[in-house]
Design a protein around this ligand. Structure first.
Ligand code: GTP
Length: 360
């Protein structure tokens, strides 16, 4: 295998507006996913494909990212941070980070969950003599995404941002948010003004005839950019739909993962597949799962029911409360016998009164 593409830049500076209110209190790239910071999955994937030198292009809430990932040593990678004073968009973010990079680079959007075979992507890039290769994915509803058209040989022909209902569309492949780029090309991106890699950089390469190809494997892929997708990503991983090189923290018991120091009282049930965080406390006769994540240090009261839900750290669920397919931010307190319904998202620190019912 050639030596190319041993470095990566991860775009991790967006405000994550679609994932609000969760991203008001935490940067999107490090929101928890099965009790690991999200980017730990991307870093594990990169590492599994021989990439251990990673630059994080940050802006919004960079301290969250540093606190969660540090220098990367725990994850077996070397992490460096470049921080924009003002957000420079996806183009400017990569340009800023490119000063620390050379050769062929992986560039990733920091909200893509995939188990894609990056080694195969690198091989395709090299075999075609490509200068930029884009990971494409087929989707059922392409109109809400940026479409990418390719020729029969995979060469990129056109980028089209969110076509209107009247416009005829000729492809269902979209930009999957992972790229291989020859670093010298990044000098084309203006250094100090906001720009978009999708709307400006790639279309300009195509217009100038620079070899650029699409790679469209059959693989697991999900953009975790909004709360529904974020929760669905948890369910996918719990139900084994992706082959990730990172397991949830904790020890495996009856198809679930139980974190260090967690306590499960007599009569409490953890229904697989679920994850119970380190130091979490499950009181008697509660039922957690299936497809549920209880964050580190969270507490679930006696007789409570939590199903298909994602609870961040230190959430307190009162006795007899019922949580169904919702997402609950850190330190939320849910009163006894309250009910929280499907796809409700509770901001970190929220308080739900005893007996309240929340539905979307
Ligand atoms: P929304 O506001 O919900 O669209 O989310 P977002 O801010 O993350 O934007 P989007 O999903 O389009 O961004 C794609 C990737 O680029 C994400 O990983 C973002 O973190 C990242 N990103 C977006 N804008 C910037 C920026 O100005 N600077 C840097 N460094 N990264 C960015």
């Amino acid at each position: 295998m050639a030596d190319g593409a041993r470095q990566a830049v991860i775009l991790a500076g967006g405000q994550g507006t679609r994932l609000r209110p969760l991203t008001l209190a935490r940067a999107k790239p490090v929101v928890p996913l099965l009790n690991h910071p999200f980017l730990a999955y991307q870093l594990a994937l990169l590492r599994a494909h021989g990439v251990s030198d990673v630059v994080l292009a940050c802006s919004y809430r960079v301290d969250d990212v540093r606190e969660a990932l540090g220098d990367g040593a725990r994850l077996g990678v070397r992490l460096r941070y470049v921080v924009e004073d003002e957000p420079l968009g996806t183009g400017g973010g990569v340009r800023h980070a490119a000063d620390l990079a050379s050769g062929t680079l992986f560039v990733l959007n920091g909200d893509i969950l995939t188990d894609a075979d990056l080694t195969a992507m690198r091989h395709l890039h090299e075999a075609h003599g490509s200068r930029t290769t884009i990971f494409l994915q087929p989707v059922d509803d392409p109109r809400q995404f940026g479409l990418v058209e390719t020729g029969a040989d995979g060469r990129l022909l056109r980028f089209r941002e969110k076509p209107t209902a009247e416009e005829k569309i000729t492809t269902n492949t979209i930009n999957g948010g992972i790229y291989l780029i020859e670093a010298p090309l990044l000098a084309r991106i203006p250094r100090d003004r906001p720009s978009s890699i999708e709307r400006e950089f790639f279309p300009a390469l195509i217009a100038e005839g620079i070899p650029a190809y699409g790679w469209c494997p059959r693989t697991y892929w999900r953009d975790l950019g909004n709360p529904v997708a974020y929760r669905a990503g948890h369910v996918d991983l719990l139900e084994g739909r992706a082959n990730m090189p990172l397991s949830p923290p904790g020890e495996r018991h009856d198809g679930s993962w139980i974190g260090v120091g967690a306590s499960v009282a007599d009569g409490a049930h953890v229904v697989a597949p679920s994850v119970v965080g380190a130091g979490a406390v499950l009181a008697r006769d509660c039922r957690v799962g299936p497809a549920t994540v209880v964050g580190d240090g969270a507490r679930v009261g006696a007789g409570a029911r939590v199903e298909g839900a994602v609870l961040w750290e230190r959430v307190e669920v009162g006795a007899g409360a019922v949580l169904d397919r919702c997402v609950v931010g850190a330190d939320v307190k849910i009163g006894a016998h309250a009910r929280v319904g499907p796809e409700v998202v509770l901001e970190s620190g929220a308080v739900v009164p005893e007996g309240a019912t929340l539905a979307r």
